[in-house]
Design a protein. Structure first.
Length: 582
């Protein structure tokens, strides 16, 4: 019997080792084929021309006033946005999930609106509120006839839109971190005489430190690579790098300039990533007592502070809610009402909805993008789960630890350059793709979508692992459970809220993706992001803009359903599993 048990154990170890080798091999191939090789190929070809260093491209960049100003604007936006977005994002999570605020549920719905209304669609919504024909602008013009109706422009407008547009990450992941707080530690601090501010400063913020660091990196990267907001509301006064890169990359003779600008973006992001990673490794506050208890919302005892916080919360409520409301209302207006920015019952029509929902040629891009995004969301989470699991298990293995580095390439370089790498590197059959080419292929779309969300997926899953109580895993191993059984029965249920949230976030992020899609899509299978951008062009007709409003509403509905799966039915399923509620 003992011999049989030893043989069985040996067989299980061999199977587990072979499976590990296979999984690592697949991950290395994926990273090489779709991140490292195509990016390196296009950059090297741009910097080295005919075996010599291409100094001309650098000279053109640094002597171009437009390019230098775009670099400066991108860095300025990234730095300021990192402060404003994280202050606002942290505040809205505190008022909905940490403090006991009246109407917290309604507030949360408004604050999560940017999760279902993002990118080009979100900026379009802000233009319907604050643009030249926007409701707020028209209202102000009646009171102040001499007001400049083009006031919503430049850096302040871009910063305003993006500050509120990127806080959806906070409403998901920071909320999960707050819900995991141990009430015993907070009660102990209160009993020792600590004030609410001292508890926030000394316990809450150190506990959620890994998540905050991730959010800082995410926000900086978003500001540095901003595309939609500078393009739509930045005007001529405030142009950033990414639109310029897109312009250069579409010109055969200027692709080297696009690569140089991408490298500048990358160096800026590398510096921040290194600083924060070193800082993250120095200290991790573990929020765990021997018998952790569920967190209970805290009442604000100071009446003045309570009034001020409630007031700010509801001002933000109005700011967040106006764009989606305007998009929905104007989608039911006829073209003349949309042109004049007037809401009236006389302009009500269902014609735009009928034109889209009754034809496969118009609703086809929606279905196609939803399919691409769904596959990419699941693939990206699975890959990162596998890699982070190996990283946590083999902390002394340098090869395994180095697997994390390629995941941050989409943060270091703009997505347009990665897409350009696919087109130029795989324009003919390639052994890395088993003899296939991306030209004329539709399978590259979900892969590209999954690649672009790998950095945020990796960071959030890693942050969740850092907050994971390893004693549970140790107990499982001591009871004789295998590594796979421990992973699926202990680790996955605990990480389930983060997994669901990432799937929903990645799905919504790519639903109307444009930057990579414009390089990789086939005319016969155009995704919705490209359609929306084409309809948003200055030369587009009013009918096209009306159709965009309907697309926006449909995208909001689809995105809302994915969020409901996570925070509605998804959380109920997770309760039955015995996991942590989202």
């Amino acid at each position: 019997m003992a011999e049989m048990n030893r043989n069985r154990t040996l067989k299980q170890k061999i199977t587990a080792n072979l499976t590990n080798i296979l999984l690592i091999g697949i991950v290395i191939w994926f990273l090489t084929a779709f991140l490292v090789y195509p990016v390196a190929d296009v950059i090297i070809d741009s910097i080295w021309v005919d075996g010599t260093f291409n100094s001309k491209a650098f000279e053109m960049i640094f002597t171009s006033e437009r390019a230098v100003r775009a670099v400066q604007n991108s860095i300025l936006l990234a730095i300021v946005l990192t402060f404003t977005a994280n202050v606002v994002g942290t505040f809205i999570v505190l008022v909905t999930d940490y403090f006991d605020i009246k109407g917290a549920t309604i507030l949360r719905i408004a604050f999560m609106s940017t999760l279902v209304l993002g990118g080009l669609v979100l900026n379009n919504g802000y233009l319907f509120v604050y643009g030249e024909t926007g409701v707020v602008t028209q209202f102000l013009a009646k009171i102040f006839p001499k007001i400049d109706i083009g006031w919503f422009n430049g850096f302040p407008a871009v910063l305003f839109v993006m500050t509120f547009g990127v806080t959806h990450n906070h409403t998901i992941f920071l909320r999960n971190a707050i819900s995991d707080l141990d009430m015993n530690i907070i009660d102990a601090a209160r009993n020792l005489g600590s004030s609410q501010w001292e508890i926030l400063k000394g316990i809450v913020f150190p506990t959620i430190r890994p998540t905050i660091i991730t959010l800082i990196i995410m926000t900086f990267a978003t500001g540095l690579g901003a595309f939609a907001a500078p393009l739509m509301v930045g005007g001529k006064e405030f142009q950033t790098i990414t639109p310029l890169i897109l312009t250069f990359s579409q010109r055969p003779g200027s692709q080297d300039l696009a690569a140089i600008l991408s490298i500048i973006l990358g160096l800026s992001q590398v510096i921040l990533l290194l600083v924060l990673t070193i800082n993250e490794r120095k200290s991790n506050f573990v929020n765990t007592s021997k018998s952790p208890s569920k967190f209970i919302k805290q009442k604000i005892k100071n009446p003045i502070a309570n009034f001020i916080i409630h007031t700010i919360a509801y001002v933000l409520f109005v700011i967040y809610l106006l764009p989606p409301v305007m998009v929905i209302l104007f989608s039911f207006m006829d073209t003349s009402a949309i042109t004049e920015g007037i809401l009236s019952l006389d302009g009500f029509t269902l014609e735009h909805y009928n034109n889209i929902l009754s034809s496969a040629s118009t609703y086809g891009p929606l279905i196609r993008s939803a399919l691409y995004s769904g596959v990419a969301a699941i693939v990206s989470v699975l890959i990162c789960l596998v890699v982070v699991r190996f990283m946590m298990r083999y902390k002394s293995n340098n090869l395994v630890q180095s697997l994390e580095l390629p995941f941050f390439i989409p943060w270091l370089l703009p997505s347009v350059l990665i897409a350009l790498g696919y087109v130029l590197t795989y324009d003919s059959p390639n052994p890395l793709l088993f003899g296939n080419s991306v030209i004329g292929a539709t399978w590259i779309m979900p892969i590209a979508y999954s690649v672009v969300v790998l950095p945020q997926t990796m960071r959030y899953i890693k942050a969740a692992y850092l907050s994971f109580n390893t004693s549970l895993e140790d107990a499982s191993k001591n009871l004789g459970a295998s590594g796979f059984r421990t992973f699926f029965q202990i680790i996955v249920p605990i990480l389930f809220p983060t997994i669901l949230a990432l799937i929903a976030l990645n799905f919504n992020t790519n639903l109307a993706e444009y930057n990579m899609s414009v390089f990789l899509y086939q005319p016969s299978s155009t995704p919705i992001g490209v359609v929306i951008q084409q309809n948003s062009a200055a030369t587009a007709t009013v009918d096209s803009k009306a159709i965009n409003l309907v697309y926006s509403v449909v995208l909001m509905i689809v995105s809302s359903l994915s969020i409901y799966f996570v925070y509605g039915r998804g959380s109920k399923v997770n309760k039955r599993r015995g996991g942590i509620e989202s």
